[in-house]
Ligand binder design. Structure first.
Ligand code: HEC
Length: 154
């Protein structure tokens, strides 16, 4: 009787261990699935865009009204006519006389290669080759200044 009881206990312990192993397997699978998510569904990442903005844009561009630096303020950028920051005097001719308004598609081209938009470009920035970098910075700016799709800006 005593011996059987011990065997029973041992069998239960083994079963419990199996559950733990199965549980760990599931947790690992979940972790892999989570790690896989960004690659599977690339979403514009405005938090990453904010970091890129601070590293690559902030030294020349502020986001507050009339805060021109080496570059014009980007306040209310979406749907704003190119070359229209009040008080900014260093625009290239193309931007100053341009008749377009900034939207996602134009910004994407401009940030890839400013000369693609303004052959006489005066922005000392060589461009982002990575589409994700451009999308993330644009997502950050869009978050700051309203929904580009509606043209709403604050
Ligand atoms: C070293 C300074 C510098 C850096 C860095 C820089 N810019 Fe500029 N930016 C400028 C200047 C100067 C202009 C005016 C260009 C012209 O008129 O040709 C400009 C113009 C612009 C414009 C057009 C604004 C308007 O009023 O039409 C946008 C949009 C812009 N920059 C976005 C960015 C973003 C986003 C970054 C970072 C990825 C960046 N810039 C990095 C200096 C800079």
């Amino acid at each position: 009787m005593v011996g059987r009881g011990k065997i029973g206990l041992a069998a239960r312990a083994v079963r419990r261990q199996r559950w733990i192993v199965a549980g760990l397997g599931l947790a690992a699978a979940a972790a892999v699935a989570m790690l896989g998510t960004p690659a599977a569904a690339p979403a514009d990442d405005s938090a990453r865009g904010a970091r890129l903005y601070r590293s690559h844009c902030l030294r020349c561009h502020r986001l507050e009204p009339e805060a021109n630096r080496l570059g014009p303020t980007l306040f209310g950028l979406f749907d704003r006519p190119a070359g229209s920051a009040a008080g900014y005097r260093r625009y290239s001719r193309t931007l100053r006389e341009g008749t377009f308004r900034w939207n996602d598609a134009l910004l994407d081209r401009y940030l890839a290669d400013p000369r693609a938009i303004a052959p006489d470009n005066r922005m000392p920035f060589s461009g982002y080759r990575s589409r994700a970098d451009r999308a993330d910075v644009i997502a950050y700016l869009r978050e700051r200044f309203g929904d580009a799709a509606t043209g709403a800006s604050q």
